[in-house]
Design a protein around this ligand. Sequence first.
Ligand code: PDD
Length: 280
Amino acid sequence: MNQDSVVYLNGVFKPLSEAKISVLDRGFIFGDGVYEVVPVYCRRPFRMVQHLKRLENSLAAVGIPNPKSAAEWKTLFMEMVRQAPYEQQAVYLQITRGVAPRDHGFPHGVTPTVFMMVNPLKTPTPEQIEQGVACVSAEDFRWHRCDIKSISLLGNVLLRQVSVEAEATETVLFRDGFLTEASSSNILAVKKGVILAPPRDHLILPGISCEAVLEFASMLGIPVETRPVPREEVLTADELWLTSSGKEVLAVTMLDGKPVGDGSPGPVFKKMWAYFQTQK
Ligand code: PDD
């Protein structure tokens, strides 16, 4: 993405260099907004309906009126996809409560700020797919509404930095001894051929890739148990996977410097990864 890349801001397509917002935008002042990231393969959005549904849920949860209908969002999305100069894309969409004098309470009569941009989609490298990636763990100290895809990502940013500094791919999070997710991915464990999935409650983001993987599991006949997963079970899991738009499904082969399972991507991962490739 460069300064000439076309972005969308409040009804207008314009070059990135010309896209400007007020410093009083509540996104800037309070992190008061929500967002989505939709992966696009060969100019075809992956699970757009589900992404738009989650956007709707996030907006409703924070009381920002949805500025567009699903049909209008789709039209806008497809226009962004058409204008971007590459085939594999990550479409970013952000809505904030709008511009108003700084006051914590919701302002009246403001128009939400709508921003969209497209970046090249970064998927795992062949080496990461074949060897898996290293992660570190940390205590999940974020708020209790991680189900909202909020732009207030300071907790996630600080937790991601823990793994950046350890030269690891992700930070795997535990809250009070139970697995939640990772700083910008969901996480699944595999034990004796069964996928263990943390409950989709308010402590994790309901990931669209994770939902897809669990659906694929049922098609592949791989059993899934959705329930709290204690740390001990993660440490003795045969396999650990990250899922996200971008990572798709990716094996974690080292956690805190110790091998996961035998330290290489496991058989269940290989089956899932291959199936994922046929569905995107
Ligand atoms: N992050 N959990 C968190 C905290 C995330 O930030 C993400 C995605 C996910 C996976 O959700 P999905 O499968 O719908 O991408 C889980 C995006 C990609 C981001 O913030 O850039």
